[in-house]
Ligand binder design. Sequence first.
Ligand code: AMP
Ligand code: MG
Length: 475
Amino acid sequence: MTSRSWQFDNTYARLPEAFFSKALPEAARAPRLVLFNQQLAEALGLDFDGDLAALFAGQAIPEGAEPIAQAYAGHQFGGFNILGDGRAILLGEHVTPDGTRFDIQLKGSGRTPYSRRGDGLAVLGPMLREYVISEAMQALGIPTTRSLAVVTTGEQVFRETLRPGAVLTRVAASHLRVGTFQYAAARRDDENLRLLADYTIARHYPELVDIDEKYAAFLRAVIARQAQLIVDWQRVGFIHGVMNTDNMALSGETIDYGPCAFLDTYHPGTVFSSIDTEGRYAFGNQPAMAHWNLTRFAESLLPLLSDNEEAAVAVAVAALNTFPELYEAAWLRMMRQKLGLQSAEEGDSERIEALLTWMQQTEADYTNTFRTLNDPEGKDAEFAAWHARWKERCTRDALSESESLALMRSVNPAVIPRNHLVEEALAAAESDNDLAPLNALQEVLAQPYAYDSAPSKYHEPAPASACGYKTFCGT
Ligand code: AMP
Ligand code: MG
């Protein structure tokens, strides 16, 4: 067997210099490999030999790499800032044997020209957290950036206390964000904005390259992908936690796993992030926030939509106005599937709302309610009545009982990365150097729709003591 390393072809680095700065990973005292995603490596056509720890700590610049930090801007909790990769370095774009292009990024590898007051570093717990949750999202069938490796650097990083420094290797369709367009727009350089749009279209929406009014079509396509992504999040109870415009990828992938977490008991107001004091990015607010971000995206595109400002605004508004309907329709379709229904019937919305209201009032576990929807046992009379009406509705659906069950099992995960289990596993890894709980958790999360295992601690909701769970930004 011969080894095969990166095949880099760095198109982003050929954009105008305003979009990036050269940056090199910092030296690490004693890199050590903690996690390596063999399956992903194989899917990317990679088979490394040599020192993986040094490789993923960025200690030698691989052949063909052109390390850069990307420039971007972003609305963070509603306030506009000029940003850029302050603690991430893009090594380059790896092209797989089948011709698919992926950004290879080292997160936590030291300061860049955009670091501002930050140290450019990351610590082990949060990098393992991104690894585990992003890979769990992938297994759930939700578009996401991936995680190829986590290394510790041998350096201690100060975060209230001293913690082990770490670098995550992130693999993404690209790191083009809504904030990248806001950055171009803020510089009022229409030529660069057009270059960026053409670049993004070619990379993520190639079917639009040659069509008329392609920038309006691009806007509509980005809107459609985001609507679908948020529907996926709502399906599994994922709360991103920091949906700033710089954390919204134009590829339609979930990106920047910081204070994200999963719903346990159902409540649309659920917020886990310690800094989201006003619930801006609460579970039930995610569609509205996506719409808000897309509005910022549309604003940045205005100079490309028409030479006439009024006409450009009209195009943008018309596109943005499709979002609520698009989202609602996709959400309803998804919720029907969670109920094992294929056909649409009047009254389905009310049926779904009634279930969600019941879940909210009884503080039912979101995942387990859907997983055991067929089984009214142990639930109250109100649920039993709902259950009977739902069963009767099912008889009018085209799907047979077994088909309906199969559909439900394909969209209602049996397991999710439960917050208390993730924290337990990360604590063991970071404090005790014990990766066993993390590996066991990962194994379970790799098959989230497998219903054949006996109920275990991976299915159980958080104990009451975990209520009030808080997450922190992964800096
Ligand atoms: P995030 O909330 O993780 O998306 O980060 C927002 C911005 O802060 C991005 O520009 C990051 O690159 C930057 N940033 C986050 N943590 C650090 C750090 N430790 N050092 C430098 N920049 C950082
Ligand atoms: Mg970010």
